[in-house]
Design a protein around this ligand. Structure first.
Ligand SMILES: Cc1cc2nc3c(=O)[nH]c(=O)nc-3n(C[C@H](O)[C@H](O)[C@H](O)COP(=O)(O)O)c2cc1C
Length: 313
């Protein structure tokens, strides 16, 4: 019996509290959201029929002083929360908020309502979604899938922008190289990165963050070499690279960016694609505005997502 069916047979009025099974499902979905350095920088409180997710400033990473990554992570978690409520067979009214620079979202489970086929698919993919940190196979991502991912990322105040041509790839490579140089001198970030990428925190794992991947541009450290711009541009063309952006750049927009990221990620996962994600280059204001200008988009870039097939697919 599906989760939605199970919930409906309970015949509970909306004012009745969440059942233990529902609490388990909501907590599980939220905990599986992608988050910067897997920090899960949120708290989840369940009231009668409302689930409230709040940004937790105590879990802010040193490299993320503005809290952009933290809020994008919260947005991804909100998306999973909404999908969990929907797949439990309830309508979901979502209210996003920001106060004192911290974001929150209240998701109210209203009337019994089936999830749409797309919501049901995305909810099913929540446990399957994961970060890919190896090279892709080189097999191109079909245009139809690109369209589906773009559509998933699109929202009322945000969306995505694919890197579409050699000229665009060269522009983006130039901006990424610039940010890589900026971060190479950032000892605090490098240390944090080292702790993150190796269990013992003593050495960097070069095969993924390192020597020839596109990630090297965003994840540089003293021991990694920034690929030169033509190499980076070639990788940008070979992979399917989506810039996720928002119309504004306030705290609440970062929350929306996270929702867009998670929708695109779940859509891609359901289509057999692997996904890598980075935001660090976009912490540099000139890189954010430079990228938007050079690509001629009114969206403010918030995240870079790379899509491809895993090796052996
Ligand atoms: C805002 C944000 C920024 C991230 N930046 C990076 C990144 O720069 N490099 C990377 O490999 N993963 C990055 N990730 C992915 C997280 O490291 C990943 O979601 C987390 O470790 C949990 O692993 P999972 O995605 O496999 O569940 C980022 C995720 C978020 C939400």
């Amino acid at each position: 019996m599906g989760v939605a069916e199970r919930a409906r047979t309970d015949v509970r009025a909306p004012e009745v509290e969440w059942s233990p099974a529902e609490i388990g499902e909501l907590g599980e979905a939220v905990s599986r959201a992608p988050s910067v350095h897997n920090s899960r920088p949120w708290s989840l409180t369940l009231h009668q029929r409302t689930a409230v997710l709040r940004e937790d400033p105590a879990r802010r990473m040193q490299h993320d002083q503005e809290g952009r990554d933290q809020r994008i992570s919260c947005g991804a978690a909100v998306m999973n929360l909404v999908l969990a409520v929907r797949s439990l067979g309830w309508s979901a009214q979502v209210e996003l908020g920001a106060s004192g620079g911290l974001v929150s979202a209240a998701v109210n489970a209203g009337e019994p309502a089936d999830p749409s086929p797309r919501e049901a698919t995305w909810a099913r993919e929540i446990p399957e979604r994961r970060s890919h940190r190896e090279p892709f196979s080189g097999k191109p991502v079909p245009e139809l899938l690109r369209e589906k991912i773009w559509d998933a990322a699109a929202g009322a105040r945000g969306g995505g922008r694919w890197i579409n041509s050699d000229a665009e790839a060269a522009e983006v490579a130039g901006m990424l190289s610039r940010s890589a140089t900026a971060f190479q001198a950032d000892a605090g970030y490098t240390r944090e990165l080292a702790v993150w990428v190796t269990p013992e925190g003593t050495r960097l794992r070069t095969e993924s963050e390192g020597l020839d991947g596109l990630a090297a541009a965003g994840l540089t450290a003293v021991t990694t070499r920034v690929p030169d711009e033509p190499v980076l541009a070639r990788l940008l063309r070979e992979e399917a690279v989506l810039l996720v952006g928002t119309r504004g750049d306030r705290a609440i927009d970062h929350l929306r960016a996270g929702q867009a990221v998670e929708r695109a990620w779940l859509e891609a996962t359901g289509s057999g694609l692997s996904v890598s994600m980075m935001t660090q280059p976009l912490h540099v204001p000139e890189v954010r505005t430079g990228l938007a200008e050079r690509l001629g988009t009114s969206l403010i870039p918030q995240a870079i997502m790379r899509f491809g097939y895993p090796k052996g697919f």
